[in-house]
Write a protein that binds this ligand. Sequence first.
Ligand code: GLN
Length: 283
Amino acid sequence: MATYRQTLKNAIVVCQQAGVNEMLARRLMLELTEQHQLNLYLVDDEEIDEIILSEFLIGIERLCRHEPLAHILGYEWFFGRKFSISKDVLVPREETEELIGHILSDIDELFGQGELDCADIGTGSGALAITLKAEEPRCRVWASDISEEALSIARKNAIDLSTEVHFVLGDMAQPLIDRQVKLDICISNPPYIKKEEIVERSVVDFEPHVALFGGTDGLDLYRKLLDQAPLLMKERSMMAFEMGFDQQETLHCEIALRFPFSRIEFRKDINGKDRMCFVYFNC
Ligand code: GLN
């Protein structure tokens, strides 16, 4: 029998041959050992547990078919919390953690004490909505999605993480408008990949296209939400979006066209790419 270290080493070679990032094999081993209450760094040179070995080998096989690690594990970490993931929701990304970080600091800076009405439009796994509620319990949080399957994963995550979020089914902000909800803060990570863009296999073959593709220039869903904004946002309020790294100019135009007096800000992600857009109304 092999040790943990040797098993991982062999798997890394297999991954390299299949064109799969070896970090995924490392993360798989770390997650599996942790699930079995083992610290990989302490047991590295011990003989590998049989159950872990068989789970690991099945996982490596799936990784080599370019399946996302989150699908193999059934979860992904986001802002320090574990979110269940299925094929019906986008896997939460690190870049999106940065978006929530900016929103939390904007809340401190721009909004005084008291309750805030917030929404996450197109919530998917619920990662943004649930994290916001968990980090800022004074926020009353709504979350919409057009997919019933996505909402059931998001509801499960809210229960597992003991957070209260009001989930509603429908197209972008429409279900909130129907309920006459008015927001201080509207967040969205809508699908923004361009129709013709070439996307990694692990993304395009496994993640829901309804969460990925946003029409010819990728901005269809932003236009929809911006058109809904006058019925949705309070007079003093803000919107925060994730976006594609090359969409700053076009997105700026779409916003300025509709809201010439708003303050528009773009922020870069940790990789130095334009990734987030903030729109402030009277604040
Ligand atoms: N960031 C994702 C990707 O590149 C896309 C997410 C989205 O469209 N909102 O795979």
